[in-house]
Design a protein around this ligand. Sequence first.
Ligand code: ATP
Ligand code: MG
Length: 216
Amino acid sequence: MQLPKIKNGLSIGIMGGTFDPIHLGHLVIAEEVRIQFKLDKVIFVPTGHPPHKPAAGVTNPEHRYLMTVLATMNNPYFTVSRVEIDCLKGTTYTIDTIRFFKEYFGGDVNLYFITGADAIMEITSWKDYKELVSICHFIAATRPGYTLKKVKDTIRKKCPEVLEQISVLEIPAMQISSTLIRERVRAGKPIKYLTPDSVTAYIYKNGLYRDVSHKV
Ligand code: ATP
Ligand code: MG
């Protein structure tokens, strides 16, 4: 059964990610979901220590946080939270973040977790995923290589009971990833138009993705 929507309650999107760095793919999906689901706000939540990525390979959270602030500052509906960086100790799990926001906003809130298709297909490996989908609606954006059909078929096969709690949204194809940007910077290739200019400037100014000293 689909999560009942609380009438007159705020509708808040939570966009989790490593954002190492944030790029136009993230911004496009957040804005598209905001409009289609009539969200009042989208909160970007850079991960502290993501369970799916080796800690040693991730850039210092302060850099990732600041790049996320720079990238979102022109959109009045976007904001950035430090909850996973400051408050949640150790490895950060989405269930803890969602519980935090549930408590923070109180009862009258409809929470939507925004994610990419690649991530949602691994949902059964997420901590307490059944509880997660019972307190928060999931919106998965398609990504090159992950069609709407592929996502739905995979979830139907792995965990049919959560299928109804997940909306899959077709997004204009964006073959951009943080991995691609890191590789291009390392190779001395341009990253213009893949991420906002402010983020590009921040990356060059701080020597990110060239120098391993910025890793945690
Ligand atoms: P990396 O290459 O380091 O894994 P990424 O580009 O996948 O980085 P993440 O910070 O891992 O970025 O992603 C945060 C969320 O945004 C994930 O749920 C991911 O699926 C989604 N996402 C990232 N890029 C895109 C894109 N181009 N189209 C759709 N979803 C995306
Ligand atoms: Mg990723």
